[in-house]
Design a protein around this ligand. Structure first.
Ligand code: UD1
Length: 415
């Protein structure tokens, strides 16, 4: 099994370019199910999650090719509207095929994703919304089996803000008869990117980026020709890489306005941050100040940056409190950080992080995608050699991370 070996203590310097956003690429690729013809999507990150979605689509009879950060797909010959358990269980975002399949083909059979390392992660809001749009949805043998003649527009209220739930129903509503209103919708930049991609296909959508999205259904859509936005979580991970190593890096091809909450907090922690046109320059300082955070739906502090921020706070000069409000079990990195000498106590949904002057290298195990990133960050700041195992999680969400970090001067390699 592969591991990542890091010899800590190197300050990062230089420029790094950000890849396309995983969480925008996945729903936009799924949107390729909504129309006949050849779809082209550019700036797609090379990630296991993207190839997993490709396998799911090919299994349906869709042609799918990922080359040079572009996806070309054609769903004209789809003959099997099904996403099997084997593939879905490795990636919950597979549920994104449900809405498009029911909307265009009138049926879908998609495995229930089950739990994952960070919590139960139910899909009740996805199925509730589809039922509101007129689909019949049954759970049979671990699968969501949905069918409908043509979906009908509806008023859908989400009692919890859900990113993929909003995306699934927005896609489904583009081909429904009449108007759909999504209330308490997710406002994440990836939802906006998907809406823009759909509008390019001929969909009628207003309000994406606010908590009320209105979609007027159309009879059919044309193929996609779209470029995915930059990954704000990859961007944020490099921001912390500079801050935690006391280095100085310029992050290019990113969208700084999507990171307001994180940049404010890393700034409060003492790093010097300069925003340019599509660039962020971060000068880390020797002294890291303690800062409290609370994860929230966008534009709040992203849960996908919580683990990485905790690594930074582990080295702060004082105590900080990290409150996780989105997922119930997203502290699995704590035990690993403790093995590296961090002083962290978890109490329910809060972690109290008492900063220590230094971390010491240790063998650690990645438990989920963003936890893996937090361990790599801690390893780069620690004294000695850290070995991070179970890095398949990392490959789900970071495009070439060790190459990018070593180009910045980190001593990191895959073995
Ligand atoms: C997406 C992101 C993930 C990020 C998360 C929160 C993608 C592919 N993944 O995941 O990286 O961590 O948003 O920003 O975009 N919930 C329900 N019922 C549902 C759906 C969700 O109760 O039907 C709950 C979840 O358990 C969780 C909360 O809603 O507590 C938010 O989850 P959600 O926004 O749906 O996360 P994902 O879309 O799966």
């Amino acid at each position: 099994m592969k591991s990542i070996v890091i010899n800590g203590g190197k300050k990062l310097h230089g420029d790094v370019a950000i890849s396309g956003a995983k969480n925008a690429a996945l729903p936009i690729i799924a949107a390729g199910l909504l129309a006949e013809g050849e779809h082209r999507i550019a700036n797609v990150p090379t990630l296991v999650d993207v190839t997993t979605l490709g396998r799911i689509l090919r299994n349906m009879g869709v042609t799918f090719e990922l080359k040079d950060h572009s996806v070309v797909l054609d769903s004209s010959k789809l003959n099997n509207p099904e996403a099997p358990y084997d593939l879905v269980r490795t990636m919950r975002a597979s549920v994104l095929v449900l809405g498009p399949l029911v909307a265009r083909f009138g049926k879908a059979r998609v495995s229930l994703p089950g739990g994952c390392a960070i919590g139960a992660r139910p899909v009740n809001l996805h199925t509730m919304g589809l039922e509101k749009l007129g689909a019949k949805v049954d759970i049979e043998h671990g699968y969501m089996v949905a069918s409908a003649k043509r979906l009908r527009g509806a008023h859908i209220y989400f009692d919890t803000v859900t990113v993929t739930g909003t995306e699934n129903l927005m896609m489904a509503a583009t081909l429904a008869e009449g108007e759909t209103i999504l209330e308490n919708a997710a406002r994440e930049p990836e939802v906006v990117d998907l809406a823009q991609a759909l509008i390019g296909m001929g969909a009628k959508i207003e309000g994406a980026g606010t908590d009320i999205i209105r979609i007027k259904g159309v009879q059919s859509l044309r193929p996609l020709d779209y470029t995915v936005l930059p990954d704000r979580i990859e961007t944020g991970t490099f921001v912390i890489a500079a801050a935690i190593t006391g280095g100085s890096i310029t992050i290019t091809r990113c969208n700084p306005s999507h990171l307001d909450a994180l940049l404010a907090k890393v700034g409060e922690a003492g790093a010097e941050i300069t925003i340019g046109e599509g660039t962020i320059t971060v000068h880390g300082q020797k002294k890291i100040k303690p800062v409290n955070i609370k994860t929230l739906p966008y534009p709040g502090f992203p849960t996908d940056m919580q683990a990485q921020f905790m690594s930074l706070m582990a080295l702060a000069d004082g105590t900080s409190v990290i409150n996780e409000t989105i997922f119930e079990n997203r502290f699995t990195h704590v035990a690993e950080l403790r093995r590296m000498g961090a002083d962290i106590v978890v109490e329910g949904r809060s972690a109290v992080v008492k900063g220590v002057p230094k971390l010491s290298a240790a063998p650690v195990m990645a438990t989920d995608l963003r936890a893996s990133a937090s361990l790599i960050l801690a390893g780069m700041a620690a004294e000695g050699q850290t070995v991070v195992s179970r890095i398949y999680h990392l490959d789900r969400g970071y495009d070439n991370i060790e190459q990018k970090l070593s180009a910045l001067g980190a001593d990191i390699k895959r073995v």
